[in-house]
Design a protein around this ligand. Structure first.
Ligand code: ACO
Ligand code: KIV
Ligand code: MG
Length: 507
């Protein structure tokens, strides 16, 4: 009989540690609800002590999610554990995830602590956490570069102290599949009380081996696999959930494992995380890249036409990629619109649906056919609950290759209309400078990217803007058939998110 593997998703914690991938509370809730639809076993919702915003997000996810375990990360410190429990205690199934580094390098240079001190802290903090919560995960950070005998000792001790899950991270993405397989097998065979805990692994992708190492560990006996949507995470990222799950699914003959994942929710989850973090998916990315199921060359096309199995090892439908059956355009109604959104993984409230339907009609007036990607862009732009403190009124731009660009931008701020003029290097720069004059600055533009959402002369442009205030990054998105308008909308969207967050912090 196939044995069961649990999927622990850390998109909202380790994924969010990717530079520029911060999400606000509403965005994290959206991701958490999608992870619930995906049926992951555990959602690591954040690192509660990291900031008031992280704390609030972990708490909100714990309250909103009903069918998954919800974890918060905590260092091996009482104040971290207090904060973690305070945030996850509302969950149906709360977990405290505490960690401490066990490698000589980390103990010597980072923690400045001896092995004995680290062992003592690990045990006492697991006992401390156990007073709050029955489900305690303990991670030996940098395990793959730790002395193996020390790992046996610390895992035995924390299990004795009450840890229910022991996690073996390859924190710096250093290990290889054979080596990691042996490490997991050795831990299984040399930690006397190992049967009292679940074995988990957590791999990073610095050498591009995160997924290979993770599935090797599963083969050796790990039953919880930690991963993120699209593989986002610290540095080169974490093991990608979609790749692990589809590898186990497609090669059941080799691995013999099942997961509880609803694979048809993979594609919507991937799009959602990409949109909310502004982290684009490379076209040839396995499972969820634009080309993952595309066949370009004649011999392949011929083969696929004869029988899909010639060049497809899994179906696009199995990961939630559906072919358009109904063409959406300006004559379409609410039913077809809602149906298509559901098939893309968007479950909107009535109010959100009505608002988005109006936007869809406006767009359909400008475009002959509204494609799925247009819809995704539209929903992502509209559905995140950011109060529109500033709204675009009008803009006029005078630009050319022999003149300095000048922009006149009018924004609505509540009932008041404010207009400013600025010059800049090109129309977008001029418009952003005019907006800066209205809003006041203090923040800087960190990144700006423009992509075409669909093809053709009526394609929509999607602008993604990242602005930075102190250490915080805010992503904004805007779409329009006019790229300058898309850029202005994205800039205003990022500013609104920043102002929403500041207002929330003041409350
Ligand atoms: C491998 C990983 O992914 S670990 C998770 C990494 N994620 C993050 O760090 C994101 C969130 N982090 C933060 O917001 C901040 O780092 C905080 C709030 C946790 C701590 O901030 P600060 O108190 O300013 O400390 P700072 O980050 O500069 O340094 C880390 C401190 O924690 C200590 N520390 C690191 N790991 C652990 C641990 N597992 N258990 C106990 N202490 C630890 C370090 O030794 C250092 O201690 P020191 O201040 O006594 O020298
Ligand atoms: C906190 C731990 C699990 C981690 O993220 C790592 O070691 O990579
Ligand atoms: Mg990690």
């Amino acid at each position: 009989m196939a044995s069961h593997i649990k999927i622990f998703d850390t998109t909202l914690r380790d994924g969010e540690q990717s530079p520029g991938c911060s999400m606000n509370l509403q965005e994290k809730l959206q991701v958490a609800k999608q992870l619930e639809r995906l049926k992951v076993d555990v959602i690591e919702a954040g690192f509660a002590i990291a900031s008031p915003g992280d704390f609030a997000a972990v708490q909100a996810v714990a309250q909103a999610v009903k069918n998954c375990r919800v974890a918060s990360l905590a260092r091996a410190l009482p104040e971290d554990i207090d904060r973690a429990y305070e945030a996850v205690k509302y969950a149906e199934a709360p977990r405290i995830h505490t960690f401490i580094a066990t490698s000589d390098i980390h103990m010597k240079y980072k923690l400045k602590a001896s092995k004995e001190e680290v062992l003592e802290r690990a045990v006492s903090m697991v006992k401390y956490a156990k007073k709050y919560c029955s489900d305690i995960e303990f991670s030996a950070e940098d395990a793959s570069r730790s002395e193996v005998a020390f790992l046996y000792e610390i895992f035995e001790a924390v299990i004795k102290a009450g840890a229910t899950v022991i996690n073996i991270p390859d924190t710096v993405g250093y290990t290889t599949p054979d080596e990691f397989y042996n490490l997991i097998l050795n831990i299984k065979n040399n930690v006397p009380n190992i049967d009292l805990a679940e074995i988990s692994v957590h791999c990073h992708n610095d050498l591009g081996l995160a997924v290979a190492n993770t599935v090797a560990a599963a083969k050796a006996g790990a039953t919880q696999l930690e991963c993120t949507i699209n593989g986002i995470g610290e540095r080169a990222g974490n093991a990608a959930l979609e790749e692990i799950v589809m590898a186990l699914n497609t090669r059941k003959d080799v691995y013999g494992f099942t997961t509880g994942i609803e694979t048809t929710e993979i594609y919507p989850a991937s799009r959602l995380v990409s949109k909310l973090t502004g982290m684009r998916i490379q076209h040839n990315k396995a499972i969820v890249g634009d080309n993952a199921f595309a066949h370009e060359s004649g011999i392949h096309q011929h083969g696929v036409l004869a029988h899909k199995s010639t060049y497809e090892i899994m179906t696009p439908e199995s990961v939630g990629l559906t072919k358009n059956k109904l063409i959406l355009g300006k004559h379409s109604g609410r039913h077809a619109f809602e149906e298509r959104l559901k098939s893309l993984g968007y479950h909107l409230s009535k109010e959100e649906l009505n608002k988005t339907f109006q936007e869809f009609k406006n767009l359909a007036d400008k475009k002959k056919v509204v494609y799925d990607k247009d819809l995704e862009a539209l929903v992502e732009e509209k559905s995140v609950n950011t109060k529109e403190i500033y709204k675009l009124g009008q803009f006029v731009i005078n630009s050319g290759n022999t003149i300095t660009s000048t922009a006149i931008v009018k924004l609505w701020n509540n009932e008041e209309e404010v207009e400013k003029v600025a010059t800049g290097h090109g129309p977008v720069d001029a418009a952003f400078k005019a907006i800066d004059k209205i809003v006041g600055n203090g923040f800087t533009l960190e990144d700006y990217a423009l992509n075409s959402v669909t093809e053709g002369e009526d394609a929509q442009g999607e602008a993604v803007v990242k602005i930075k205030l102190d250490e915080d990054i805010y992503n904004g998105r805007g779409i329009s058939t006019d790229v300058v308008e898309a850029s202005i909308k994205a800039y205003i969207n990022a500013i609104n998110k920043m102002l929403n967050e500041l207002a929330w912090q003041e409350e």
